[in-house]
Structure formats: structure tokens, C-alpha cells
Design a binder for this molecule. Structure first.
Ligand code: ADP
Ligand code: DP6
Ligand code: CO
Length: 352
């Protein structure tokens, strides 16, 4: 009987306010633009991953939400290779270490929210996997260095290696060594920031982020305009808005950037539809609310899926959640902590 070495880690999702959409290198997962996101609280949407290693294991395996998931020839292999080679360096320096780099891994992962539904499961998933394996291997690499490895699993995963407000700097180098996540500000910087998650549908999307963005890069003219003209000025404006805790600018840019990203999806050929009628009703509702109050108190954003994330400041919680709660029926309720989760079934009639 051989020993089993084990480690666990969890990672929260992050929801971009300046979206990553497009790769310049599909193998290394290098993006066509820098992006910015907010990492949500661990208490809400998170992945929990446990990794086991033993010399008895015959092959690497991944169980995702209780179901065996293929890891042959895909981005998981990219992450594992790099983590093993870092472990191997440690083993060469210290021959007393168990040769974990040579052993297979059994990975067990669970998302406590819908997978592949546009709520950043790939981000939390690969961040938790890289964190758990680096813990098992006792790697000395810091969060930014690990973010480069998580990036190879899923681009957005690099940003979940940090809490708070995070940028993924696209980098310039061909080998991707400068394409990594950095923290703009910790969560405490903006303690009254909250996010409500409106689950419109928990179904798996029909076009994955990876393939959707490839279609956009290859076919959308609007995408070129977004990458060259729209995103670069927005990046510094968004960093400033976060540093100054300027919700009006933060919220306006967040909504505009979500709309810009979904416009490039519509401009793709064939077009990609992530937003549903319910998503659009939520967009209208937030604009109606902001117009009625006379300033931006709530900002919607949608990843590659129909589910809305609404950012707001806690002093406006009553009005924001009140309107969402009042207008969207079948609400499950929300927690009082860092974020709120509302479940909105598809097709619910909303007043416009
Ligand atoms: P999402 O919008 O949820 O990020 P994506 O299309 O980007 O959707 O990615 C979904 C894919 O990410 C899943 O089909 C699966 O391959 C991978 N994934 C999701 N969660 C995990 C996890 N916990 N561990 C490993 N891979 C995961
Ligand atoms: C719309 O990171 O899921 O959520 O790198 O191919 O795994 P891959 O794609 P992924 O794309 C995320 C797209 C987005 C925007 C964002 O998170 O920045
Ligand atoms: Co994803």
C-alpha cells in the first residue's frame, strides 16, 4: 500500500467589467486585449478542488461535479505539464522529496453553481485546480506566476488567482511570459461593492467561450474596432474608476463593455446569441432604475451566457434588490453578505 498525498483548494469566480474576448495565440491562451474583473466572494460562487497523487495511480483523471471529464490533449494537460516541471525542479534540488512529479493525479472538482452557463466556471475551475496542485507540490511560485499557468487552462482563470479588482495584462511577448494577472486593488479597497447574480438559465451554453471567441476573431469586423479603438482607452479609465471608487464611471464602463462584447458576438458569422429575452429585460430594468434615480446605482454585465451580474454599492441595496426582487418573479432570496443570488427563470414576464 502506497501513500496518497492530497491537497484541496477553492477559488471564487471573477466577473469581468472589461471583457476578454479573443485570442492571439490559441495554444498559449494569449488574449487580443487586456481585461479587468472583480473576484467575487468565496462564500458565493466557487469551485472546490481536491487533488490526490500516488505512485499507484495509472492515469491522470478529472471528476467534475461527480462525472468523469476527459483531460486528454486539452488545456488541462498544458497546466499539468507546467506544474509537474516546476515540482521536478524542487525534487532535483532536494532528493528527499517524494517524486510527485512522476506520479499521476486524481482531480476531483465541484462547482457550487451552474457549469458552462456564463458564470465563469472555467475561471474558478482552473484557478482552483492550479492552486490545489501547487499546494500539493509545495511550489514557491507567487500568485502572478501561478496565474500564467491557470491562464493556459482558461484565460479568465488567471484573474481568479487574486481577490478584489484584478487586471489581466495581455503582454507582448510571443512566449506569453508577460501575460499574467495583477491585483489593481484588494477587496477591502471598495468594501461596499456588491454583486447580485441573476440566474436566468443554468443550462450549458450551446457555444463555449473558447469556440465563440474564435468565430468572432475570424469573422467580425466590429471586433477589430473593439480591440484597437474601444478597449485600450477603457482600460485606464476603468483602473482609475476603481482606484477612485467612482461607481458612476465604473458602472457606465461595465455596462458599455458588456454591450460592446455582445455586439461583437452578434457581428460574428454565424452570429452568436448569448443574451436571451430575459437578459434584455434585465438590461432595460437597470437603465430604467438608473434613469429614475438620476445616477448610476446599478450596473449589469453578462459573460458568455444569459445570466446577469449586477454590481451595486451596499447603500443602494434596498432599491436595487427591491427593484430586481419586485420585478423578477420566483426569486429564491439573497444572502446578506458580499453578494446576492437571485434565480430568475427563463421566460418570466418582466415589465419594461
Ligand atoms: P463558463 O462561462 O462557465 O466559464 P466556458 O465555456 O468558458 O464556460 O467553460 C466551461 C468549461 O470549463 C467546462 O465545460 C469544463 O470543461 C471547464 N470547467 C468548468 N468547471 C471546471 C472545474 N471545476 N474544473 C475543471 N474544469 C472546469
Ligand atoms: C465573456 O476564459 O472562458 O467571460 O480562455 O477559451 O477558456 P477560454 O475562455 P474564457 O472566456 C471568458 C470570456 C468572458 C469574458 C471574461 O471573462 O473576461
Ligand atoms: Co469560461
Amino acid at each position: 500500500m502506497h501513500e496518497i498525498y492530497t491537497a484541496s483548494s477553492s477559488a471564487p469566480v471573477n466577473i469581468a467589467v472589461l471583457k476578454y474576448w479573443g485570442k492571439r495565440d490559441t495554444n498559449l491562451n494569449l488574449p487580443t486585449n487586456s481585461s479587468i474583473s472583480v473576484t467575487l466572494s468565496q462564500k458565493d460562487l466557487r469551485t472546490l478542488t481536491t487533488v490526490n497523487s500516488s505512485r499507484n495511480f495509472e492515469k491522470d483523471s478529472l471528476y467534475l461535479n461527480g462525472v468523469s471529464h476527459s483531460i486528454e490533449n486539452d488545456r488541462t494537460t498544458n497546466c499539468l505539464e507546467q506544474l509537474r516541471s516546476l515540482r521536478q525542479q524542487l525534487e532535483e534540488d532536494d532528493p528527499n522529496l517524494p517524486k510527485l512529479s512522476q506520479w499521476k493525479l486524481h482531480i476531483i472538482s465541484e462547482n457550487n453553481f451552474p457549469t458552462a452557463a456564463g458564470l465563469a466556471s472555467s475561471a474558478a475551475g482552473f484557478a482552483a485546480m492550479v492552486a490545489a496542485i501547487s499546494k500539493l507540490y509545495e511550489l514557491p511560485q507567487d500568485a502572478s506566476e501561478l496565474s500564467r499557468i491557470a491562464r493556459k487552462g482558461s484565460g479568465s482563470a488567471c484573474r481568479s488567482m487574486f481577490g478584489g479588482y484584478v487586471a489581466w495584462e495581455m503582454g507582448e511577448k510571443l512566449d506569453g511570459t508577460d501575460s499574467k494577472a495583477v491585483q489593481i486593488a484588494p477587496p477591502e479597497h471598495w468594501p461596499n461593492m456588491k454583486a447580485a447574480i441573476c440566474i436566468v438559465s443554468d443550462l450549458k451554453k450551446d457555444v463555449s467561450s473558447t469556440s465563440g471567441m474564435q468565430t468572432t476573431v475570424q469573422t467580425s469586423e466590429l471586433f477589430q474596432y473593439r480591440v484597437n479603438q474601444v478597449v485600450p482607452p477603457r482600460y485606464s479609465q476603468m483602473v482609475d474608476a476603481i482606484k477612485n471608487r467612482d461607481f458612476e464611471t465604473f458602472g457606465t464602463l461595465t455596462m458599455k463593455d458588456s454591450n460592446s462584447f455582445h455586439a461583437t458576438c452578434l457581428d460574428s458569422y454565424p452570429p452568436i446569441f448569448y443574451l436571451t429575452d430575459t437578459s434584455k429585460k434585465i438590461i432595460k430594468l437597470i437603465h430604467t432604475l438608473n434613469d429614475a434615480i438620476g445616477k448610476v446605482v446599478a450596473a449589469y454585465t453578462f459573460d458568455a451566457g444569459p445570466n446577469a451580474v449586477i454590481y451595486y454599492e451596499s447603500e443602494n441595496e434596498e432599491v436595487v434588490l427591491g427593484v430586481l426582487f419586485g420585478v423578477l418573479s420566483n426569486v429564491d432570496g439573497w444572502n446578506e453578505m458580499n453578494s446576492a443570488t437571485l434565480k430568475v427563470p427563463e421566460g418570466v414576464p418582466l415589465s419594461s
